[in-house]
Design a protein. Sequence first.
Lengths: 361, 361
Amino acid sequence: MAETDMTARSRVAPDAMRALMERLFVRAGIPADDAATAVAVLMFSDMHAIDSHGIPRMRMYLNAIADGRVNLHPKISVVMEGPATLTLDGDQGLGLVVAPFAMRRAIEKAKETGWCTVSVRASNHLGTLSYYPMLAVEEGLGGMSMTNAGPLMVPTFGTIPVLGTNPFSVAFPGGNHSDPFLLDMASTSVAWGKVEIAKREGLPIPDRWAVDKDGAFTTDPNTAVALAPLGSDYAGRSQKGYGLAVMVDCFTAMLAGGTWSMRIPGRGTGTHDHPGTCHCFMAWRIDAFTDLESYRAQMDDMMATLRATPPAPGHDAVLAPGQPEFDGYRDRSVNGVPLHQSVRDDIRALAEEYDVPYDLD
Amino acid sequence: MAETDMTARSRVAPDAMRALMERLFVRAGIPADDAATAVAVLMFSDMHAIDSHGIPRMRMYLNAIADGRVNLHPKISVVMEGPATLTLDGDQGLGLVVAPFAMRRAIEKAKETGWCTVSVRASNHLGTLSYYPMLAVEEGLGGMSMTNAGPLMVPTFGTIPVLGTNPFSVAFPGGNHSDPFLLDMASTSVAWGKVEIAKREGLPIPDRWAVDKDGAFTTDPNTAVALAPLGSDYAGRSQKGYGLAVMVDCFTAMLAGGTWSMRIPGRGTGTHDHPGTCHCFMAWRIDAFTDLESYRAQMDDMMATLRATPPAPGHDAVLAPGQPEFDGYRDRSVNGVPLHQSVRDDIRALAEEYDVPYDLD
């Protein structure tokens, strides 16, 4: 967050953002209930300071709908079901609708069985991944989410992208005095959005993030065409980021019988086909494993100990995983969401294109 | 593997290694059945070219036993059990005995329910992590393993180690023509053993692996006291490696009600207490999610596509995750295990100390 100039931002009331996004989705043909479900995912991002994945993505979703890449009225169906497992077919619906349905089923089944894993095929972009395990945490459970994506990662020793950014997110409930544990990470070194931001601002990128068309590291965002795995190179153990991306494709596409990264239409391919993105969700009851009181006491000890680690020169403190998101939520739920002028301009233009009222200024 | 001088190695028959290690464990007080279980884990490493975690670790295990850090006759008990979940107390037994028991229970329960997650407390060092999911793969299931460990990782922006290397391993069965998928990774940039090898050989280490007593990166293995998370620093997204380590402590210590990384006696603390290491194991039936034939066909497509990625200059090919291990197994099961002279010297010395026959030369 410190990377963005906050002076060009002004605070916007969450309710106004929510209502405007719902109007846009409904006007684009999404049923009202589904629009509310989808906007809840996006608002989670905006409220938790995950500024890349909330309202700024509205144009991407509306374009996907306009291009026919989204089934507006999906019939989500059960492919296979057991007491702790479920495979769903999303019928090419909006990921922001299919994925919340799948995660809620995981939570319901985990409440009965203790653990449930749900694999999903034939879906679409599902928004910020951390929304899903946090649905579990809201109900006192732990949760996990994964999704594959079109090819953007060059594997270790390779020259062209064959895997997606393939992110995953895990959350566990906090203790009596601590926030939850929340991890949300791509298998690549960074998200592609970081390269795009550098391009817009005319700045170089660190030499370990992205590669050019020959697969060589570049600091010029204009020549970057794909991303390095987490770890960047062999010395930094990029085979781990590469392996994590394959792991995500195993839990998503392989288990669901869907489309793996390389077979998903990638960025800029201009296809109007359904992407067929695959996800995986897990939920588990903490009290299926241990008693809640000792769990909470231990989480308090761990989170407090991590935050009390002596900081390195130039840093105020060591952060607990998820702390920027929860700190962001505390700020924004009181003060509103800071939206950059360029985002408000884009949303106003969308409102005009879709002929719905704009009221964020 | 290419990092070690092979000229100082000669090939040893696996059966001789196995028998010698069993003799040593039995002489140290481990019951014969348990000794066979423990040695199977170590031999998996030696056979799969994971040379850091097999027979060279015998001294570490025997020292732990001699120092009273291992309960020779553990009564492994059920703390909590549900249809898809299980929590075990390892009673401070040898991890090489407790962990295989736990993984086999995960596999048995997953065969019934489709998925099982087993959390384990009060255990000890469990050998190479990839052994456990590969037990599942042998029976056609997928599997996962995790363990925490004493503090060795400095969190992002911190100066002292508060988390273990906290590794995890995942495996999925292969297709009709491909090896399984296998990932085995620490949450740190590298294993501590890499720093120790550089120290022995008088070589510098890459500047992104380890830190000195002030938490600053060092290329001198003699001043290195702890490891950086995977990603190395903030620009390389070390908060992901840091977050993965906390995730592992959540799935192991928090779920099992056991000891988290920072509370485990660390390297060189000289304590004779039981470490109380915690693990987590998962197993799942592929055919609980999808039909096996389409699964195998897709795995073949993915693994072949990954290996066919055009390689970067200076590299012969892109490797599939797990390929070095499976290639190593094919070689060693025919030609025997290459053991460095220093390892054979150490094992001979152990055989003398424990008064058992030595026959590896």
